[in-house]
Write a protein that binds this ligand. Structure first.
Ligand code: ZN
Length: 287
């Protein structure tokens, strides 16, 4: 899911936001978005401040309806409204122009910190979820239809945070792309998992990036992920730490039995790092 591409005279181009969710890679191409279950543990006291439980079903219906609209302007406006809702009033979201319908071009976008919503992104790149690029003077963050998922606003939020992190931290960074990707996903995991675990995200992009990152970057990632489990941030609340850790372990355990995913080194490394029983899944197709 990682791509580079050139826009005009470009200096650095970019990576792709990848859906961190349930195996749906390019939601913008799905004519019938899959039905997803609402977040789990929605009515409990943890995670503190979990926002979306009561609205989950409503969000799902509105997202499905928006993606299904045939009229391009209505579809654009409906998806744009959902992006604004997901990101809140503190984020300046603008509808992109479409002067260059076959490739991303700065003329269609506003510079960072504006977040651009481009309903036509899928026609300009092979992923319609999100990406960023830089020119000599500016950086651009672009979300496409694939960043709006029926599971919840969390996908839009994570994709936006992903691209923002690149803009803030990776401008001119010459490390291999997967080293940067695993750094971004580690950051997003360790800043959001404790509040968003009811969504049961797969975190496949984190595992994929880890699989392909350098040994040095893997070691940093593993250290961060183990530290996050052992010393979670105070905002979790002391009464919610046990549930957080159980959910964290549950994510690891479900990856072992998830037949859709290839065997992942990160899962084995986390089992060792967290002193959990080490269970390695059979590689896909082996049975
Ligand atoms: Zn990226």
């Amino acid at each position: 899911m990682l791509m580079y591409m050139n826009v005009i005279k470009p200096l650095v181009l970019t990576c792709a936001g990848v859906l961190g969710i349930a195996g749906i890679v390019q939601a913008q191409q799905a004519t019938t978005p899959p039905v997803v279950p609402p977040p789990v543990s929605a009515s409990g006291p943890c995670p503190i401040g979990f926002r979306d439980s009561a609205k989950a079903r409503d969000w799902q219906v509105r997202v499905d309806n928006a993606h299904a609209l045939a009229d391009t302007v209505q579809k654009r406006d409906a998806l744009y409204a959902l992006v604004k809702e997901a990101l809140g009033s503190e984020t300046d979201v603008r509808i992109a122009a479409n002067k260059f319908p076959t490739q991303p071009n700065p003329a269609d976008y506003m510079p960072y910190p504006v977040v651009n919503f481009d309903v036509n992104l899928g026609g300009k790149r092979d992923s319609g979820s999100s990406y960023f690029f830089t020119t000599r003077d500016a950086a651009y963050v672009v979300l496409g239809p694939g960043s709006i998922h029926s599971r919840g606003p969390v996908t839009t939020q994570n994709n936006t945070d992903h691209e923002r992190y690149h803009v803030e931290r990776h401008w001119g960074d010459s490390r291999p792309v997967m080293d940067r990707e695993v750094e971004v996903w580690t950051h997003i995991f360790t800043t959001t998992f404790h509040s968003d675990y009811p969504y049961r995200l797969l975190w496949n992009p984190l595992m994929s990036a880890y699989e392909n990152a350098s040994p040095a970057e893997r070691a940093i990632t593993l250290h961060e992920l183990v530290k996050y489990y052992q010393n979670p941030p105070a905002e979790i609340g002391s009464g919610c730490v046990d549930e957080f850790r159980a959910e964290y372990r549950g994510w690891i355990e479900r990856r072992v039995t998830d037949e859709k995913l290839a065997w992942r080194q990160l899962i084995t490394d986390l089992q060792r790092g967290l002193d959990l029983p080490v269970v390695t899944p059979a590689p896909p197709g082996s049975k």
